[in-house]
Write a protein that binds this ligand. Structure first.
Ligand code: SAM
Length: 286
């Protein structure tokens, strides 16, 4: 570490959480020191370098990332009790796992740092396009869209939105839409989708209704099509939404756990990012 960064870390220490809580391990240098001593004791100090230690002030721990000296990839972490300065072995990556990961990483090729790329603003004019997304998006140039936000049909929740022959056919259509969206979306940009499980109503009284976990099947499609998962925001629907089906009233009346039936009161707003090796900060900078 150079003098400049030690000065910054020393400044950060002033009024820091560690100081206020009277931790024994006060700063990143202290946390690194404890870690290095341990690495020396297990003969791994030459093979491992240290990332930036961070305070987990909920549990009063310091967490120190352990990186492979060769590839700079993360191979584990060390957890230190901030009050006692003891290294917590049961919470830290074990020496065996570290060794195995280091051996595996050695055979891997070194990562190339991403080439400098400047962000190109879209040259599309504001456009309202009417049609089936999977087709109409073919007319759009690649990487010309900065954000996708959609609420697709939830399988056959409402026939007026679209009537699919089968759930498989629905998922195939969604896969085509996600694929088309991936092509037009700019690198590292977000795709936000509102989706929810649906109830397939029973055809007659001797059959059960069926609930389909649409968001979880959809998640797999996003990953397959080259998106990274960012967040699952839970949208709590207005009071009364799920209870209106009568199911909630039924359970409230009996309180019988064997009579469990879902009472949906939430939906998902799933957030994905078109895969890139660039940090999210790159989106902001460019
Ligand atoms: C759950 S609704 C979303 C409603 C919308 N958020 C709104 O407030 O009007 C699904 C919508 O997707 C439309 N839709 C169905 N298949 C589509 C497709 N292949 N491409 C584009 N839109 C489609 C339906 O017509 C319906 O309006």
């Amino acid at each position: 570490m150079n003098d400049k960064s030690s000065n910054i870390e020393a400044l950060d220490l002033k009024d820091s959480v560690a100081e206020k809580r009277k931790y024994n391990v006060l700063n990143v240098q202290d946390a690194r020191k404890v870690t290095r001593t341990w690495l020396e004791s297990i003969d791994l100090s030459q093979a491992i370098s240290l990332g930036l230690p961070e305070i987990d002030d909920r549990y009063h721990f310091w967490r120190v990332p352990l990186l492979s000296q060769d590839t700079h990839e993360r191979v584990g972490e060390v957890v230190i009790d901030a009050y006692t300065s003891l290294l917590l072995r049961e919470k830290s990556t074990s020496p065996d796992v570290l060794e195995t990961r280091l051996l595996k990483r050695k055979t891997k090729k070194k990562k190339q740092s991403p080439k400098k790329k400047t962000y190109r603003p879209s040259n599309l004019r504001n456009t309202i396009a009417c049609g089936a997304a999977e087709q109409i998006l073919q007319d759009f140039p690649a990487e010309s869209v900065d954000l996708i936000f959609t609420s697709p049909p939830y399988f056959n929740a409402r026939p007026e939105y679209e009537d699919y022959i089968s759930y498989e056919e629905y998922l195939l259509k969604m896969k085509q839409v996600i694929q088309a969206c991936h092509r037009v979306l700019n690198e590292g940009r977000f795709f936000v989708i509102n989706i929810s499980p649906v109830l397939v109503r029973r055809a007659n009284r001797s059959e059960s209704s069926k609930r389909l976990a649409v968001p979880f099947d959809m998640h797999r499609l996003f990953i397959e099509e080259g998106f990274d998962f960012i967040d699952d925001i839970i949208w709590v629907k207005p009071e009364g939404a799920g209870w209106a089906t009568g199911r909630g009233r039924r359970f409230a009346a009996d309180r019988n756990p064997l009579q469990y039936k879902p009472v949906p009161v939430t939906e998902y707003v799933l957030v994905y990012r078109k895969h890139t090796r660039r940090l999210i900060d790159w989106n902001i900078r460019s």
